[in-house]
Design a protein. Structure first.
Length: 183
């Protein structure tokens, strides 16, 4: 008999949200969804971050070519003033691409060719591929990163392990880092 009385209370305590976080049915309710203005701001922030990454990538290509032409050792850190922590990966990729051997004429006089492969969906003429905007794991990571930064918490995507599908860990972490380092 006591078991039947405690069963409903045990079931209420064991409620979880879609991310596996426990929900207290008697506690505060989750915040409402984003307003239309807030969603527009988030979309603008994502677009701005992608534009910053593209510009950092292009600066990296330019600096990499300049270093290769000057026979300087390969080191993108030399140009630390050209990137931010948020754009470091894009800058490094551009630097690596720009430091490749220079363009060589194709045999037979057919014009110029690059030895580097062309990315399928990156920025035109570059090797940087932006994250997919419609990737739910990336979006979730972006949201968690933004909330952690605004809330004054440490930059730690590992603190949210278990709140996302482990198969999409890379995408979540990339979104988290982008969200945390957004301005």
């Amino acid at each position: 008999m006591r078991f039947l009385i405690l069963l409903p209370a045990a079931l209420l305590v064991s409620c979880v949200d879609p991310y596996g976080n426990p929900i207290n049915p008697f506690g505060p309710q989750p915040p409402p969804p984003y307003t239309e203005q807030r969603e527009q701001w988030r979309a603008q922030t994502r677009d701005q971050a992608q534009q910053e990454n593209q510009m950092a990538y292009e600066r990296g290509i330019s600096d990499g070519r300049a270093d290769a032409n000057a026979n300087l050792p390969k080191s993108y850190q030399r140009h630390y003033q050209s990137y931010t922590p948020a754009t470091q990966a894009a800058y490094q990729q551009g630097y690596e691409q720009g430091y490749l051997p220079p363009l060589a004429p194709m045999p037979g006089g057919g014009g110029w060719s690059s030895n580097a492969p062309t990315p399928p969906n990156g920025y035109p003429g570059t090797g940087y591929t932006p994250p997919a905007v419609n990737d739910p794991a990336y979006q979730q990571g972006y949201d968690y990163g933004l909330r952690d930064r605004v809330g004054g918490r440490a930059n730690d995507p590992g603190a949210h392990t278990g709140r996302y599908d482990p198969r999409s860990r890379r995408s979540f972490e990339r979104g988290y880092v982008d969200g945390y380092s957004s301005r």
